[in-house]
Structures are given as C-alpha cells and as structure tokens.
Design a binder for this molecule. Structure first.
Ligand SMILES: *[C@@H]1O[C@H](CO)[C@@H](O)[C@H](O)[C@H]1NC(C)=O
Ligand SMILES: *[C@@H]1O[C@H](CO)[C@@H](O)[C@H](O)[C@H]1NC(C)=O
Ligand SMILES: *[C@@H]1O[C@H](CO)[C@@H](O)[C@H](O)[C@H]1NC(C)=O
Length: 242
C-alpha cells in the first residue's frame, strides 16, 4: 500500500487527478451520504444526506482565511441529521486520497440550539477540536522512520477514518467538521491544501460537562501557522497540527 500511495502522489503532481471528499458517514451502524457535489456528472443528489454539499467537489481549498474554511466552498445546510449518542464513533469514508498530511476534526454546536439550518460555520467562534493525528505507526522494512502521515492509515483502511463524538458535550444539534490537509506543497505560502467536510448530527446522551474553548474558522488556522507553512523533512519530525 505504501508503494501504491507513493505512486499516486507522483501521478497527482503531474496530472489533474481526483483529490477527495467524504462520500459518506457511518454512525451507530447507519450510513449517511454527503450531498453530491454540483460538479459531479450525476446531479441527482440523494435527499437523505447529512453531509453538506461541496461545490468544488473533490478539489482543494487553499484559502484558510476565506469563509470556505468552515465547511468548504459553497457548503449549504443538508436536509438530515444523524442521531448520535455521545461517545459513539463516526467513520468518514473518503472518495479517494492521493496526498499526505494530517487529519483532524472539529465540532460546533449550532448556535440557535434548535437546528443547523441558519448556521454556515463561519459566522462566529463556535468550533472545538475533538481529534487530531499527524503521524501513525507504520512499520515496514524499508520505512526506517516507523511512522507515516495519518492519511496513510486512512488510505490503508479503505479511505476510512474513525473518530469519537465526545461523551462530555451537551446535547443538541452540531456540525462536525472533518478535515485532511495535503502538505506536499506546504513549503510555499498558500501551497497547503485544505479539505474540510461538514456533516449535521443531533447529539443525545452527552454529560454536558465539557465547556470547550471555542475558535473561529476562518481564523483558528492561519496561512503561516507552523503546521501549514513548513519545509518537509524526513519523518518523523516536530510537527504541530494546525
Ligand atoms: C445517480 O445517483 C443516483 C442516486 O444516488 C443513482 O441511483 C444513479 O444510479 C446515479 N446515476 C449514475 C449514472 O451514476
Ligand atoms: C432522528 O431522530 C428524530 C426524532 O426521533 C427523527 O425524527 C429523525 O428522523 C431521526 N433522523 C434520522 C436521520 O434517522
Ligand atoms: C472508536 O474510535 C477510536 C478512534 O479511532 C478507536 O480507538 C476505538 O477503538 C473505537 N471504538 C469502537 C468501539 O469502535
């Protein structure tokens, strides 16, 4: 798989290749789709979606200071919410992934407390990070570092990444914002590629004990953050997830 991904990276650098977005979300044994991107040849968007549409399809977003940093270009509310018990795992399945980089996920309580229909994610400081991974163990005879970027695990797991909805959040409507970052051009200002994907969930069974520090997106991730603008080095190195 290591060989295959390295090969895919080479292809991506020389052609206009497919990148990736979250195709569907599996939560508590049920699978919910993301609305099909408008750029897709198939315009019959499934109506059962909880994932907000991605108008630039699987293309990267490279402007972390734009409103698209919240939920990607042109994202708009989806028709459904997945009902999820706090503490449950969510598995996001990507369409494909030809790059390397960290993976991280935020959540935001939808401010009106009743639904997420009037919340786009960029309006106010509402986000808190629930997980982040830069490197994963990756033992292989000619991989002396013993680690790989988080995306290697997603790739090897059939384009899937699993994270947990914290037990300690309060109940109600939330946006989940799950993201990969492609770092192959991170040595250039504006070279990092962001792939945020948002989905709507309705949390129950949370203890409400967590009072998270809320950050704004755009805002929390700056173009010059050390995890965004940096020289690539041999793995592992001191890396701070944005
Ligand atoms: C378009 O999407 C619909 C709904 O997901 C599916 O039933 C149909 O087979 C798709 N058509 C093509 C040509 O992919
Ligand atoms: C979530 O639960 C509500 C209330 O029971 C229900 O109306 C809704 O259909 C459920 N959502 C899904 C996607 O099953
Ligand atoms: C939930 O996801 C976490 C993080 O990926 C994992 O460590 C844990 O084993 C998962 N739990 C279940 C029950 O699948």
């Amino acid at each position: 798989m290591w060989v295959k991904q390295l090969f895919a990276v080479t292809i991506a650098a020389t052609t206009v290749a497919a990148h990736g977005y979250v195709r569907d979300w599996t939560i508590g044994g049920k699978t919910y789709v993301t609305l099909l991107p408008a750029g897709s040849p198939n315009f019959t968007a499934p109506v059962e979606g909880i994932g907000r549409a991605l108008l630039n399809g699987d293309y990267p977003m490279t402007e972390p200071l734009s409103n698209a940093m919240a939920c990607n270009v042109g994202a708009y509310p989806a028709p459904k919410y997945a009902n999820v018990t706090a503490g449950t795992n969510v598995t996001a399945r990507w369409t494909s992934w030809p790059h390397v980089g960290p993976i991280y996920t935020y959540m935001a309580y939808c401010p009106n407390g009743k639904d997420c229909s009037d919340f786009y994610g960029w309006e106010k400081a509402a986000w808190f990070k629930i997980e982040e991974t830069a490197f994963v163990p990756y033992v292989f005879d000619w991989n002396p570092s013993g680690v790989a970027w988080a995306t290697q695990k997603m790739y090897d797991d059939g384009m899937k990444w699993t994270f947990q909805i914290p037990k300690c959040i309060k109940n109600g409507p939330y946006l989940i914002r799950h993201e990969t970052m492609a770092i192959h051009n991170s040595q250039v200002l504006g070279g990092a590629q962001f792939y945020p994907n948002c989905a709507q969930v309705w949390v129950s069974g949370g203890t409400g004990k967590l009072k998270p520090k809320l950050v704004k997106l755009p805002g929390d991730i700056q173009p010059t953050d050390p995890g965004v603008l940096f020289e690539r080095k041999d793995l592992p190195f001191d890396y701070t997830v944005p």
